[in-house]
Design a protein around this ligand. Sequence first.
Ligand code: G
Ligand code: G
Ligand code: MN
Ligand code: NA
Length: 253
Amino acid sequence: LQLEEYMRAALQNDEFELYYQPQVDLKTNEITKAEALLRWTHPELGFVSPADFIPIAEESGIIIELGDWILQEACFQAREWHEAGLDIRVSVNVSSVQFKQTNLVDNVKNALELSELPKHLLELELTESAVMSDVEDNIGRLQMFKDMGIRIAVDDFGTGYSSLSYLKKFPIDTLKIDRSFIMDIDTNENDAAIVKAIMLLADTMQLNVVAEGVETLEQLRIIDNYGAQYIQGYFFSRPLPPAEFTKFVTEEF
Ligand code: G
Ligand code: G
Ligand code: MN
Ligand code: NA
């Protein structure tokens, strides 16, 4: 309950920040996309992990207001990069609670209008489990975003219960392979087989694949060998504050 109050205050006091983790395109060796990741430093508690406070934000409903802030902030940042000649598509995590909310389409439209961000530079990231509950409703919901020209990625792919027959009905663009499958890919044959299977599936369905959580050169080599195009992970970069992200993309990478 205390954390709940702290979160409400944090929204008022601008304690939240977005960091951005680059996704590298191995084909072009360029960074054209970034995942926005929420960071919170409380004046007394210090750094609080989103893994700890997002569930509370969801239970309390604060995620609606917080989610709106995240969307707007990410759109403004991407628009700033766009203005500077840096076209970075920003991928925003949308909680299942936010996704079920009927206002989400309006809020997304609003964020795009206020920021004047070209629509193709926004991607929404939904977990596999969020997408796979209420399948028929979600197909309609996702189609509304598609019709607006926004991209959709399925996060944590492989950890939920994807019915493959449904997957092909979903108007989505990208599968993000969960990092639990990448972690031991060099030693665990099952994980390697799962990653290969996901990539084959994505290829057939003409979806992009992002391999998440690539930390080592060995993991990168294996994934590259499987034909993976997009890589996100500490091997290239941790999530960075906006100014450091700009520097990384333009000077260091
Ligand atoms: O960035 P990090 O690994 O600390 O994130 C931990 C968890 O919090 C991840 O599951 C991630 O998806 C979630 N998370 C981080 N930022 C956001 C955000 O902006 N919105 C939502 N809904 N979840 C987020
Ligand atoms: O659940 P979601 O996929 O949105 O969460 C992404 C989280 O994974 C972020 O919190 C990010 O900090 C974390 N992350 C990104 N790359 C790596 C990595 O290479 N290793 C580890 N351990 N975590 C990572
Ligand atoms: Mn994500
Ligand atoms: Na993930």
